[in-house]
Design a protein around this ligand. Structure first.
Ligand code: SF4
Ligand code: SF4
Length: 467
């Protein structure tokens, strides 16, 4: 198969201290889990168990047949302690076995599409990623017949990512290839596009050997530039500008899945394993060791921080440190969507005149700074702003870095003055993918991303719709 090389204009390659190594450690079963009744794509489901009931790991404990949703499962063996409208608390008995999904098997090639959809739904896998996996059970906002393109991302472009080699170790690449074929059985009309980090040439070659003879699949080698992993950037990178996504990718017949989703699909259909655990990378300087943990869904974040976090003041972020939210309570459970937890030192706020004393290990976009001369060195990452907010100097860095070709400084000037009107739509404000790269590269430390996001919200409140 000829592998395509696709890219987008703008973006930035991060090289930060604290990248997770490929080591994988299985965390012990927690004494208690909290299973939210909404996880991933779909509506909140109804509890189907009561306090005092004994449950097995993998058993369905919440389900709604009449809404877009996917059932939730107990992730441990134990006893239901509490049931609320939002979550179910289970006291674990410490055993690690699980109840397989009925009807699974290694003879998946002879299974009907209906059977495969049922296994994916009952295992919880259909809830994954932004749009869910479509089946006949209302598990996604798009029906199976309407899917034209499926994009699988193995991109590693965020400041911190789950490592593909940790995810695929122990022979998992062939399981991933079978997972693609399983997906093809329920979406036979869709073209499957697999985008892989260009630095992973061996992986691309091995995958090409496994699936390259199928004309429904195409492999791409993509630059690990942030924010290539954003669905709204990846879709036009792979399918072309006519697939620019405004509100929802499903309107264009496109769905995007992470590689971990495909492995969960394989586990459910072939091994009968329900979605009861996640592989999560521990990134950033706050962890004792940067590695990956296998953790049961519903485990409180504090079970990870108690064991793995250094002493000190760290901000914990689930997902992408530039665009996602900090974890506000360590009691918060690990959910089906988790794949990275970053722990970055909490900064002391703005440093006055920080821009006149940059160092080699200080991340900078500008060639005028020392760190740009040492691009091979990984730089430190904390939550500090490293400088006070100053007027825009029209350097154009935000424009160069913006992945969707808008003029962030111009849009920000309007929104910062609350001058929010439909002129901003002509400037492309709704194309912004909220990656915050403009804020990161700005030498004047202007909060561009924040102001642009506020401007979008203001326009939507006034009734303007995203295309
Ligand atoms: S304007 Fe939006 S899309 Fe462009 S760099 Fe800023 S946050 Fe990212
Ligand atoms: S990066 Fe900052 S200083 Fe440079 S043009 Fe953009 S807003 Fe202005």
């Amino acid at each position: 198969m000829k592998v395509k090389n696709n890219s987008f204009s703008g973006g930035y390659v991060f090289n930060l201290e604290g990248k997770p190594q490929d080591k994988v450690v299985e965390l012990e079963i927690p004494s208690q889990v909290c299973i939210p009744l909404k996880q991933g794509f779909g509506q909140v489901v109804e509890p189907t168990v009561e306090p005092g009931e004994e449950v097995k790991a993998g058993q369905i404990i919440g389900k709604s047949d009449n809404s877009e949703s996917t059932p939730v499962q107990a992730s441990v063996n134990g006893t239901v302690k509490e049931v609320t409208s939002k979550a179910i608390i289970i006291e674990a008995d410490g055993t690690s076995d699980w109840q397989p999904v009925e009807g699974h098997g290694s003879d998946w090639t002879s299974m009907s599409a209906e059977k495969i959809e049922e296994l994916l739904y009952n295992s919880g896998v259909t809830s994954l990623d932004n749009q869910g996996i479509p089946t006949r059970y209302q598990s996604s906002s798009i029906s199976t017949d309407d899917v034209k393109h499926v994009i699988i991302k193995g991109v590693e472009s965020d400041p911190y990512n789950l490592s593909l080699s940790a995810l695929l170790q122990d022979g998992k690449l062939s399981q991933f290839a079978d997972g693609l074929k399983i997906l093809h059985k329920i979406l036979p009309q869709a073209k499957v596009h697999v985008a892989i980090n260009k630095n992973r040439q061996n992986l691309i070659k091995e995958l090409s050997n496994l699936v390259g003879s199928n004309n429904w699949v195409q492999l791409y080698s993509v630059e690990p530039k942030y924010p290539q992993g954003s669905d709204k950037v990846l879709i036009p990178t792979i399918l072309g500008k006519e697939y620019t996504v405004g509100g929802s990718a499903t309107k264009l017949g496109v769905i995007v899945f992470k590689m971990q989703t495909i492995l969960h699909a394989y586990d459910a259909v072939v091994e009968g394993k329900p979605l009861i655990e996640r592989l999560v990378s521990l990134s950033g300087e706050g962890w004792k060791e940067n590695l990956h943990v296998k953790v049961r869904v519903g485990t409180p974040v504090e079970a990870i921080t108690n064991k793995c976090l250094n002493n000190g003041n760290y901000r914990i972020v689930s997902g992408n440190i530039l665009a996602d939210q900090a974890v506000t309570s360590y009691k918060y459970p690990v959910t089906r969507e988790f794949d990275n937890l970053s722990a970055v030192p909490e900064g002391e706020g703005r440093e006055v005149f920080a821009f006149v004393r940059p160092g080699a290990k200080r991340a900078s976009y500008s060639n005028a700074f020392l760190s740009a001369l040492f691009s091979n060195l990984s730089s430190n990452c904390d939550t500090n702003v490293h400088g006070e907010e100053r007027p825009c100097i029209s350097c154009g860095y935000c424009e160069q870095a913006c992945p969707v070709d808008i003029f962030p400084h111009l849009v920000e000037q309007y929104t910062a003055k609350s001058n929010v009107d439909d002129e901003l739509i002509r400037y492309g404000i709704f194309d912004c993918v909220e990656c915050n790269l403009c804020t990161f590269v700005c030498p004047s430390k202007r909060p561009l991303g924040k102001h642009i996001k506020q401007g979008k919200q203001f326009l939507m409140n006034k009734g303007y719709a995203v295309k």
